[in-house]
Design a protein around this ligand. Structure first.
Ligand SMILES: CC(C)(COP(=O)(O)OP(=O)(O)OC[C@H]1O[C@@H](n2cnc3c(N)ncnc32)[C@H](O)[C@@H]1OP(=O)(O)O)[C@@H](O)C(=O)NCCC(=O)NCCS
Length: 280
């Protein structure tokens, strides 16, 4: 946390959607990934503050949601993305230049090369996670453990034989956890590459990647001729998360972004919850 803020602040840093920063608020070292954790279930005042920064196409997308709760979560997620992107780039959230790749991966269309800031995000239930890195692509995925899924059927359909055997050899409770660990790892890899399913999920195997307590590991992707650094984390009880990063080893800085009335968004270190249960 010490190197995170550009200035040596003793008080918590507050972000505000109406900020007019002219230079970046955060220091993002080359070997760091900032992983932001936030809730998408926000009070009305916070949502409307965030909504003001959305672009026209984002507002149109929001309007297409059938259910108010889904619409509100989308607005909150986009608003938070803009809040963070603006703080990294040194611009107002509304001015953060979010573009989309051929397969729908969002990116910051500003600088290119080693100084460019890459990001990815994932939402599940009321949680959202954003990951930011300088100069190298990354993918993040979080999932809520769901004991209603037919993990055997999905594993046989999408996972490698080794991954499926690893899952099926476990007790029922452990089976769900391992299944979602593999799922998030595979999604994070696919999202890091940003090309949807052009890398078939069965063409790479994550079964050698350890279980909790999690440690960073390397994953060689033969078909893509690429080595990724992969990291797992626990965003909340009953959730699992994974991050895949190109460009060598990184340090993860997990941060919590929380709405504090009336000041704005307070930043603090994120503490991972210990308990992993199962949502059903
Ligand atoms: C794009 C995809 C990876 C999203 O995954 P998801 O678990 O449904 O949803 P997440 O919340 O984790 O991620 C959604 C975000 O990913 C980002 N995204 C969209 N397309 C992307 C792409 N091609 N690459 C990376 N990120 C992408 C977007 O920011 C999106 O959020 P937004 O629409 O609010 O902007 C998913 O739709 C997909 O193609 N999955 C293929 C893999 C698969 O089928 N796995 C099954 C079992 S392992």
């Amino acid at each position: 946390m010490a190197k995170f803020f550009k200035s040596d602040r003793r008080r918590p840093l507050i972000l505000n959607p109406d900020q007019r920063a002219s230079q970046s608020v955060f220091g993002l070292e080359r070997d760091e990934v900032h992983v932001w954790h936030a809730s998408l279930d926000l009070p009305e005042g916070a949502v409307s503050d965030l909504e003001r920064s959305l672009s026209l196409d984002e507002r149109e997308r929001a309007a297409r949601f059938r259910f108010a709760a889904d619409r509100q979560r989308f607005v909150s997620g986009r608003g938070l993305l803009r809040l963070l992107a603006g703080a990294y780039l040194g611009c107002a959230p509304a001015a953060a230049p979010i573009g989309y790749g051929a397969f729908g991966k969002p990116y910051l269309a500003m600088r290119s090369g080693p100084e460019a800031i890459a990001f990815n995000l994932s939402h599940a239930g009321a949680l959202v996670v954003f990951a930011f890195r300088r100069g190298h692509a990354l993918g993040v995925d979080i999932e809520q453990l769901d004991c209603r899924l037919d993990v055997s059927q999905i594993a046989h359909q999408y996972f490698t034989a080794q991954e499926t055997a690893d899952i099926m050899a476990r007790s029922t409770q452990e089976r769900y956890l391992r299944f979602f660990e593999f799922w998030t790892l595979k999604e994070a890899v696919v999202k890091a590459l940003g090309k949807g399913l052009t890398l078939p999920l069965r063409e790479f195997d994550v079964s050698a990647i350890g279980e909790a307590p999690y440690q960073a590991q390397s994953l060689w992707l033969g078909p893509a001729k690429l080595c990724l650094s992969v990291h797992q984390f626990t965003p909340a009880a009953d959730y699992v998360g994974a991050l895949a990063v190109s460009g060598g080893a990184v340090r993860l800085v997990h941060l919590d972004l929380r709405w504090m009335r009336p000041q704005g968004w307070e930043i603090s270190p994120f503490h991972s919850p210990g308990g992993i249960g199962c949502y059903s």
